[in-house]
Design a protein around this ligand. Structure first.
Ligand SMILES: [Zn+2]
Ligand SMILES: [Zn+2]
Length: 367
């Protein structure tokens, strides 16, 4: 087995100065000793973050030994996520669904190792501030939410992702429609009148689109949904560094639950949607019909990377809401419950305003 094929036997990293534990600190962007403050710079090299052929994906899989990272794999009985935590963590709670019904899983698995990682730059303190600022914004959200700012359920998790590159060649054909108006004479109640009628002139067209897709990002997580990642895009993927498990010291991380072939299908779906949009733009017109696109996708490559995400899930009136924070850029987004009382008050105020204007008009104050 080549050196790069196994996750390094870093185990827990003792501090060379005092023997205590080194952890990765997002605040200092360094490996730091929590006891004496000893610090080590992280390696910013990215020479190993290279595209790998999708055809050879199967041969990339190796046996995965989480203990080598000083971590244990937990399996959530509620949502099915598999995530790694520090092995001495006593009480484990699923970061995705909040369930405490998680079991230690003996993890024997063929696994494609990440080649790249974006380290956490947003610390827990910063994440809490970003989050509570965001939750307070907006008029429609219940007051109780503002008090939820004490966020015990905020988890910083390294999320597994696939990125895909591909060259695509597409032939398209369709009809572009252009609006014009015609004046027609019609009989209305026995009287002849002229009317403007909108018509469409159709024009058949065809063409070719050549497009290279770079880094189509697909979540390989079972716990985090694709749209929950898309809420907080983009990442500065060009800052991805060589995968180094030391950057995970003190952090949770998830193991991919969406295999490479399934991930690629999702990626291909994303590409096909974008191709259709681009072909539609080439076809042009005010409106369109019968757009048919036939594409060839080839030279597919992939990278397996892990990305830093702060997630929070909490229950409000029996419903689970999810939020995410981009652990690199600090972008926050997610679901907020609406307050029906506040909406009802707004609707009522609006109705009163309309009624007031109407009354003023009636009384001749407003013309
Ligand atoms: Zn130390
Ligand atoms: Zn769960």
């Amino acid at each position: 087995m080549s050196e790069s094929a196994v996750i390094h036997d870093s185990l827990k990293l003792p501090c060379p100065s005092c023997g205590s534990q080194l952890l990765y600190s997002a605040k200092f962007k360094q490996l730091r000793c929590t006891h004496c403050g000893y610090s080590e710079e992280i390696d910013k090299s990215n020479d190993k973050v290279v595209e790998q052929s999708l055809k050879d994906a199967a041969s990339q899989a190796v046996n995965f030994v989480p203990e080598a990272l000083g971590k244990k794999v937990f399996d959530c009985q509620n949502c099915g996520s598999k995530f790694m935590v520090e092995s001495d963590k006593l009480k484990v709670k699923c970061g995705f669904c909040g369930s405490t019904n998680v079991n230690l899983e003996a993890y024997q698995h063929q696994y494609i190792q990440p080649i790249g990682i974006i380290p956490f730059y947003v610390s827990r303190d910063e994440a809490e501030t970003l989050f509570s600022d965001w939750i307070k914004k907006g008029w429609f959200h219940p007051n109780k939410l503002k008090k939820l700012a004490a966020l015990e359920d905020l988890h910083g998790i390294y999320i597994p992702c696939w990125t895909f590159d591909a060259q695509t060649e597409s032939d398209w054909q369709g009809e572009a429609g252009y609006y014009y108006t015609e004046t027609v004479r019609v009989r209305v109640n026995g009287q002849m009148q002229t009317q403007q009628v909108q018509k469409v002139r159709w024009q058949w067209r065809s063409g070719h689109l050549s497009h290279f897709f770079d880094d189509i990002l697909v979540v390989a997580s079972t716990g985090l949904k694709q749209r929950e990642l898309e809420w907080v895009l983009p990442f500065r993927l060009e800052e991805t560094v060589n995968f180094d498990p030391r950057l995970m010291l003190g952090w949770e991380s998830e193991i991919y639950g969406i295999e490479i072939d399934k991930g690629y299908q999702i990626g291909e779906g994303i590409m096909e949607n974008k191709i259709r949009q681009m072909c539609s733009a080439q076809l042009g017109g005010d409106t369109q019909r019968n757009l048919a696109v036939s594409s060839q996708i080839f030279s597919q490559t992939f990278k397996h990377v892990v990305l830093p995400i702060w997630i929070c899930s909490y229950q409000y009136q029996g419903k689970v809401f999810h939020f995410t924070i981009n652990g690199q850029t600090g972008k926050v987004n997610g679901e907020k419950p609406l307050s029906w009382i506040k909406i009802a008050i707004l609707v009522l105020l609006f109705a009163l305003l309309i009624f007031g204007i109407y009354m003023l008009r009636q009384s001749g104050v407003l013309q």
